[in-house]
Design a protein around this ligand. Structure first.
Ligand SMILES: [Zn+2]
Length: 383
């Protein structure tokens, strides 16, 4: 899941921020309901529904915790192999670890990918052992059965994630294998994305068949299938973007020396001045000594209520709330940590506190379009 979506912070585990999107709650309720209404009355008959629901919700929470362990395994392996991890989020259809860079070799990609399903399989085996031991000690079925359910659920999680289709872990394993065989990272990504679309479509078809047969659980498969289809394509185009923008630096795409808004001017004076200038819509704001102050857009200036009495410095979005970048920073790094990656906002390019340029989503789009035809950037390593 890409993270235009806001998630509620849950804290940090081993230094990695962990969050949960509100839809995680839906997952807990749906899973809890399946355990409380379908599994337990069959496996452990004769209990009140309060008991079933308590056990069901506890089982669902334990499942979410094991999902978090799955993601942490990816994240900690990545960290150990020198790939940064930005954050982990749980949501309706599972968990997502966001890496801050892409793995440099197929071996690293492979190891990060298998760590998750491996951990799920391990948790499944541990839960199965615990369930068996509890049963042997004569624990009541209403205790044993959720533990066994947790074991099976983790086993299914491990197997499902190993299906060789992007964006599942198995898709990354497939990508790593093709990359390793051919030496071509993009071919690996292409194969995994193709498999992702095929598998997603298959899940949608299968889910719809279930829905038409009156089984509402098919909706889950449809949802999962749509998610896989959409995000495998998105992942592939993100990979293409990475490839095309490869070695570009911020200064290759920025608008250099943009029209400046003097922070000490009134909004009114500046708007008057604009009428006869170039047609800029976003302006870096600077202080009298030339230091960068922030950014203001034409719409924001026009929306000011008392333009005669308001200084631009008081009407602008001020640093540090505006994302900044250095001119020599790789563009991909900036896309990774600013809203530019989500095709929003502007980034102020600053060197030693002074404005050197401005990058907006349209500048990145420009670079992407031009890079189809000509190699961009002057920074290829030529050794
Ligand atoms: Zn995984």
């Amino acid at each position: 899941m890409n993270t235009g979506v806001r998630s509620i912070p849950l804290g940090r585990v081993c230094g990695i921020p962990v969050g949960a999107h509100w839809s995680t709650l839906v997952a807990v309720i749906v899973i809890g309901q399946v355990v409380a209404v379908s599994v337990l009355p069959r496996e452990a008959p004769g209990q009140s529904s309060a008991v079933y629901w308590t056990a069901g919700v506890l089982a669902a929470l334990a499942f979410m915790a094991s999902l978090l362990c799955h993601e942490l395994a990816h994240a900690l392996t990545a960290n150990r192999l020198g790939v940064g991890v930005r954050r982990i989020d749980l949501w309706l259809l599972g968990g997502v670890s966001q890496l801050s860079s892409s793995p440099a070799t197929p071996r690293i990609e492979f190891l990060i990918s298998v760590a998750g399903p491996g951990t799920s399989a391990l948790i499944g085996a541990l839960a199965f052992g615990t369930g068996t031991a509890l049963a042997a000690w004569g624990a009541p079925a209403v205790v044993v059965s959720p533990v066994v359910w947790l074991a099976v659920a983790n086993g299914v999680l491990a197997v499902f994630n190993l299906v060789p289709a992007a964006p599942l872990d198995g898709g990354r394993v497939l990508a790593a294998a093709v990359w390793w065989r051919t030496g071509d990272e993009r071919r690996g990504a292409k194969a995994a994305a193709f498999a992702g679309r095929a598998f997603g479509t298959l899940l949608v078809a299968f889910g719809l068949m279930q829905v038409f047969a009156g089984l509402l659980t098919g909706l889950w498969l449809v949802l999962m299938g749509v998610y896989l289809t959409v995000s495998s394509s998105a992942e592939q185009s993100a990979g293409e973007t990475r490839h095309r923008l490869g070695t570009l630096l911020v200064r290759d795409v920025m608008v250099p020396d943009p029209q400046i808004a003097p922070g000490w001017w009134t909004v009114q004076a500046f708007l008057h001045d604009l009428a006869s200038g170039p047609h800029s819509r976003v302006f870096p704001v600077v202080a009298f000594d030339g230091a960068a102050v922030g950014v203001v857009s034409l719409a924001e200036l026009v929306g000011v209520r008392e333009p005669l009495n308001t200084r631009i410095a008081d009407a602008c979005r001020a640093l540090p709330d505006v994302p900044t970048a250095a001119p020599d920073e790789p563009l991909l790094d900036v896309l990774g940590r600013t809203p530019l990656g989500q095709r929003r906002g502007v980034v102020l390019v600053v060197r030693d506190g002074h404005v050197e340029g401005l990058v907006g989503p349209q500048d990145v789009a420009w670079a992407l379009e031009l890079a189809r035809a000509v190699p961009l950037g002057r920074h290829e390593v030529t050794s």
